[in-house]
Design a protein around this ligand. Structure first.
Ligand code: FAD
Length: 467
């Protein structure tokens, strides 16, 4: 029987620079590329119609890449312990190769799979591939994990990188039925996938094209100065990184070659939150900072709905929430603004925001999203005091959307509101409202809170919890 291995794909849907695949192809005579639709993820608390639809596109593209090399993707549906073991047994595999993941969920899952495979004498072999650096290897002088970004960044920059892996030229498959790509309906989602504007083409080839355009184009050159401007393009590579259509390491190397450190620093944030998930898995559910676990949150369904649907009466917040609904993506600065607004102005639990983002973001990723939400709720791994992350939405809008391009794009009813009123349209006089064709309370909502009062309340709440 030929020496055979399974390569179990999860969030690493590519063939280039994928150590798990490269090693399996080098070390075994036959390989079986496998993907398992896991009901625990598809129907879990972070289920997402849009992201699942996009992932199906990435899987189709991955199958195409494998077929171009003589292989194909094997698709199964069920609990990984059962399905991976079954496929490994069917092809007589000696090993199952994976890209090592960081979340508590993934690590527990993999430990279970490792255990059942072990009973059959099959080894689970973990490889790097999801992050730029070797996260487990980045340690403080005393050997502990970092909880502050800046010293993590220094250690991250200093760490030697693994070599980039080429895509295998040929994939010698063991004989096994491929299985069919399921419909969204079969995966438990009703109706068509949400139709998104700015449609992002799924898959590795599209990811590489987008990365090349970004690295060679004007965007990267302007990134350091302009990345916070809401109407400016950032790379929009996040969904590709989320599903591993693009190697974070390859991207980091390409950008480093252009000498743009600021972009690399953002990839380091991704690694930082990955390391936090790895070392502090409980923070997936609770506040990293213990003193804020007693923070009292309001539960106001109407306020939550206004926030989700982009009708809070604060233009920059509404524009951002509508951008998310329409495109499955939101600018990073906007994520911070709406996050501060939800947790500090509206006093709603950051987990509500986290869940809503996970339902809509194509790049929805547990470590990054949880890290981002805890950062903006001031409950996470950063030493900054809460009042420094209590954004004033009007000031933020004036600073990061000075000409109103972003707000007017997503809130067209404010198109004719003059620049000097655009951040606070409720201050328009009756005549101004008439001239702008925008009556507050009819065409555009009244503000749902008074920011100055909300700010004072937030400070009291955080101060009380901090003791
Ligand atoms: C409340 C909140 C929630 C977030 N949720 C997610 C999420 O679910 N998934 C996600 O990928 N990012 C998340 N982010 C981080 C960031 O907003 C997005 O990565 C970024 O906007 C994606 O757009 P881009 O690819 O154009 O980014 P670019 O600015 O071009 O950055 C390049 C890459 O660096 C990484 N990156 C950039 N900023 C951050 C950051 N602050 N934290 C971690 N990684 C970063 C991303 O992988 C990104 O694709 C969140 C941020 C906040 C404040």
């Amino acid at each position: 029987m030929p020496d055979t291995a399974v390569v179990w794909f999860r969030r690493d849907l590519r063939v280039r620079d994928l150590p798990a695949l490269a090693h399996a192809c080098r070390e075994h005579e036959r390989v079986v590329p496998l993907f398992v639709f896991d009901p625990a993820l598809l129907g879990g608390r972070f289920r997402s119609h849009a992201r699942t639809a996009w992932m199906l596109g990435c899987l189709e593209a991955l199958d195409g890449e494998l077929r171009a090399r003589g292989g194909h993707l094997v698709l199964r549906h069920g609990r990984p312990q059962t399905e991976v073991r079954r496929v490994a047994a069917e092809v007589g595999a000696r090993a199952v190769h994976v890209s090592d993941d960081v979340t508590g969920f993934a690590r527990t899952r993999d430990a279970h799979v490792e255990q059942v495979l072990g009973r059959d004498g099959v080894e689970l072999v973990r490889h790097p591939g999801l992050y730029v650096a070797d996260l487990a290897g980045i340690r403080t002088a005393s050997g502990g994990p970092y909880t502050v970004y800046s010293p993590f960044l220094r250690a991250w920059k200093a760490q030697e990188r693994r070599p980039i892996e080429r895509a295998p030229q040929e994939i010698a498959m063991a004989r096994i039925a491929a299985g069919r790509l399921p419909s969204l309906g079969a995966l438990g989602f009703e109706g068509d996938a949400p139709r998104l504007d700015d449609r992002l083409e799924p898959g590795e080839a599209a990811a590489r094209r987008a990365a090349r355009n970004w690295v060679e184009g004007q965007g990267l050159a302007r990134y350091a100065q302009r990345r916070d401007e809401l109407a400016e393009p950032t790379s929009r590579l996040s969904a590709y990184l989320r599903f591993g259509c693009l190697s974070a390491l390859e991207l980091e190397r390409a950008v480093a070659a252009r000498g743009v450190a600021r972009f690399g620093d953002q990839l380091a944030w991704r690694d930082f939150f990955g390391a936090v998930a790895l070392h502090f898995p409980h923070t997936a559910r609770v506040e990293f900072q213990e003193r804020y676990r007693t923070l009292e949150w309001d539960t106001d369904d109407e306020l939550l709905a206004a926030w989700r649907e982009g009708r809070t009466g604060f233009p920059v917040v509404d524009a951002a929430m509508r951008q998310l609904a329409a495109t499955g993506w939101m600018h990073n600065r906007a994520r911070m603004i709406v996050g501060s607004f939800l947790t500090k102005d509206l006093q709603q639990d950051w987990r509500e925001g986290e869940r809503h983002f996970m339902a809509h973001l194509l790049d929805g990723d547990v470590p990054n999203n949880n890290g981002g939400w805890q950062w903006i709720a001031s409950t996470g791994v950063d030493p900054k005091p809460y009042f420094q992350r209590l954004f004033n939405p009007m000031t933020q809008q004036r600073r990061f959307d000075p000409d109103g391009r972003y707000v007017r794009r997503w809130c067209p009813e404010l198109r004719r509101v003059p620049d000097d009123r655009l951040a606070e349209p409720w201050t328009m006089t009756d005549d101004e409202q008439q001239a702008a064709g925008c009556r507050i309370g009819r065409d555009y909502p009244e503000p749902v809170v008074d920011h100055a009062m909300a700010r004072r309340r937030a400070i009291e709440r955080y101060r009380a919890a901090a003791g």
